[in-house]
Design a protein around this ligand. Structure first.
Ligand code: ZN
Ligand code: ZN
Length: 147
Protein backbone atom coordinates (compact mmCIF):
# COMPACT_ATOMS: atom_id res chain seq x y z
CA UNK A 1 0.00 0.00 0.00
CA UNK A 2 1.41 3.32 -0.98
CA UNK A 3 0.17 6.55 0.48
CA UNK A 4 -0.44 9.68 -1.46
CA UNK A 5 2.49 12.03 -1.69
CA UNK A 6 2.26 15.12 0.45
CA UNK A 7 1.45 18.14 -1.66
CA UNK A 8 3.53 21.24 -1.21
CA UNK A 9 1.44 23.83 0.54
CA UNK A 10 3.58 26.95 0.78
CA UNK A 11 3.34 27.74 -2.90
CA UNK A 12 0.66 26.98 -5.39
CA UNK A 13 0.44 23.41 -6.47
CA UNK A 14 1.19 23.85 -10.15
CA UNK A 15 4.46 22.32 -11.18
CA UNK A 16 7.36 24.63 -10.60
CA UNK A 17 10.85 24.33 -11.90
CA UNK A 18 14.13 25.53 -10.50
CA UNK A 19 14.90 29.11 -11.49
CA UNK A 20 18.52 28.20 -12.16
CA UNK A 21 18.68 24.70 -13.63
CA UNK A 22 15.07 24.24 -14.80
CA UNK A 23 14.76 20.95 -13.02
CA UNK A 24 11.15 20.24 -12.14
CA UNK A 25 10.65 20.53 -8.45
CA UNK A 26 8.85 17.68 -6.81
CA UNK A 27 10.54 17.74 -3.45
CA UNK A 28 11.37 20.27 -0.81
CA UNK A 29 12.66 23.47 -2.23
CA UNK A 30 13.67 26.93 -1.30
CA UNK A 31 11.49 29.76 -2.52
CA UNK A 32 12.27 33.43 -2.23
CA UNK A 33 10.34 36.47 -3.30
CA UNK A 34 12.04 39.83 -3.62
CA UNK A 35 10.25 43.11 -2.99
CA UNK A 36 12.18 46.21 -3.92
CA UNK A 37 11.13 49.37 -2.11
CA UNK A 38 10.04 52.44 -4.03
CA UNK A 39 13.58 53.77 -3.99
CA UNK A 40 15.21 50.76 -5.61
CA UNK A 41 14.67 47.97 -8.09
CA UNK A 42 15.38 44.28 -8.26
CA UNK A 43 19.18 43.90 -8.59
CA UNK A 44 20.89 42.30 -11.55
CA UNK A 45 20.97 38.56 -11.10
CA UNK A 46 17.52 38.38 -9.59
CA UNK A 47 14.90 37.39 -12.17
CA UNK A 48 12.70 40.28 -13.24
CA UNK A 49 9.62 39.20 -11.36
CA UNK A 50 11.71 38.80 -8.22
CA UNK A 51 10.67 35.25 -7.49
CA UNK A 52 13.11 32.39 -7.10
CA UNK A 53 12.41 28.71 -6.66
CA UNK A 54 15.40 26.49 -6.16
CA UNK A 55 15.95 22.78 -6.29
CA UNK A 56 17.85 21.27 -3.37
CA UNK A 57 21.11 21.25 -5.35
CA UNK A 58 20.95 24.88 -6.35
CA UNK A 59 19.55 25.88 -2.99
CA UNK A 60 22.43 24.56 -0.95
CA UNK A 61 24.67 27.57 -1.58
CA UNK A 62 21.80 29.98 -1.12
CA UNK A 63 20.87 28.29 2.15
CA UNK A 64 24.46 28.64 3.30
CA UNK A 65 24.27 32.36 2.57
CA UNK A 66 20.88 32.89 4.15
CA UNK A 67 21.84 31.21 7.40
CA UNK A 68 24.13 34.18 7.99
CA UNK A 69 21.32 36.68 7.49
CA UNK A 70 19.29 38.07 10.35
CA UNK A 71 15.55 37.82 9.82
CA UNK A 72 13.38 40.63 11.11
CA UNK A 73 9.78 40.80 12.25
CA UNK A 74 7.04 40.30 9.77
CA UNK A 75 6.31 43.52 7.91
CA UNK A 76 2.79 44.87 7.94
CA UNK A 77 1.79 45.09 4.32
CA UNK A 78 -0.35 48.09 3.47
CA UNK A 79 -2.30 48.71 0.35
CA UNK A 80 -1.16 52.30 -0.02
CA UNK A 81 2.55 51.61 -0.25
CA UNK A 82 4.74 48.97 -1.82
CA UNK A 83 5.56 45.71 -0.11
CA UNK A 84 9.23 46.62 -0.33
CA UNK A 85 8.57 49.79 1.62
CA UNK A 86 6.86 47.77 4.34
CA UNK A 87 9.97 45.61 4.63
CA UNK A 88 12.19 48.65 4.76
CA UNK A 89 10.04 50.14 7.51
CA UNK A 90 10.24 47.12 9.77
CA UNK A 91 13.97 46.59 9.23
CA UNK A 92 16.19 48.82 11.31
CA UNK A 93 19.40 47.37 9.95
CA UNK A 94 20.35 45.37 6.90
CA UNK A 95 19.79 41.64 7.41
CA UNK A 96 23.14 40.85 5.87
CA UNK A 97 25.77 43.37 6.98
CA UNK A 98 23.67 44.52 9.99
CA UNK A 99 25.38 47.89 10.16
CA UNK A 100 23.60 49.85 7.48
CA UNK A 101 20.09 51.17 7.53
CA UNK A 102 18.43 49.51 4.56
CA UNK A 103 17.27 52.62 2.77
CA UNK A 104 16.40 51.74 -0.75
CA UNK A 105 15.94 48.35 0.83
CA UNK A 106 15.16 45.11 -0.90
CA UNK A 107 12.71 42.96 1.04
CA UNK A 108 13.19 39.23 0.70
CA UNK A 109 10.62 36.69 1.81
CA UNK A 110 11.66 33.10 2.33
CA UNK A 111 8.78 30.66 2.36
CA UNK A 112 10.14 27.21 1.80
CA UNK A 113 13.39 25.76 2.85
CA UNK A 114 15.59 22.79 2.28
CA UNK A 115 16.72 20.97 5.39
CA UNK A 116 16.75 22.33 8.87
CA UNK A 117 19.20 25.19 8.60
CA UNK A 118 16.56 27.79 7.93
CA UNK A 119 13.10 28.53 9.25
CA UNK A 120 10.15 27.67 7.01
CA UNK A 121 9.28 31.33 6.77
CA UNK A 122 11.40 34.40 7.30
CA UNK A 123 11.67 37.96 6.10
CA UNK A 124 14.83 39.93 5.44
CA UNK A 125 15.72 43.36 4.12
CA UNK A 126 18.99 44.17 2.42
CA UNK A 127 20.70 47.53 2.06
CA UNK A 128 21.64 48.67 -1.42
CA UNK A 129 25.19 47.39 -1.11
CA UNK A 130 24.12 43.93 -0.03
CA UNK A 131 21.45 43.76 -2.73
CA UNK A 132 24.10 43.96 -5.39
CA UNK A 133 26.23 41.40 -3.55
CA UNK A 134 23.21 39.10 -3.46
CA UNK A 135 22.55 39.66 -7.16
CA UNK A 136 26.15 38.87 -8.02
CA UNK A 137 25.99 35.78 -5.87
CA UNK A 138 22.94 34.53 -7.74
CA UNK A 139 24.77 34.99 -11.03
CA UNK A 140 27.39 32.51 -9.86
CA UNK A 141 24.80 29.77 -9.59
CA UNK A 142 24.55 27.29 -12.47
CA UNK A 143 22.44 28.25 -15.41
CA UNK A 144 19.88 26.32 -17.34
CA UNK A 145 22.03 24.79 -20.09
CA UNK A 146 22.49 21.32 -18.61
CA UNK A 147 19.85 18.67 -19.43
ZN1 ZN B 1 18.38 23.82 -9.64
ZN1 ZN C 1 23.85 45.46 4.01
Amino acid sequence: MSSHPIQPSGIDSRTVSCTFCDRLLTEQLLALQCYPSEATSVPDGVPGHGGLTLCPDCASEVVALLTSWHPHGQPSIRTDSSIGDAYQTVASTCSFCTDRTPRGGLGIELYRRVGDELPAYATYTLCEHCQSVFGEFLQTLPNSSEP
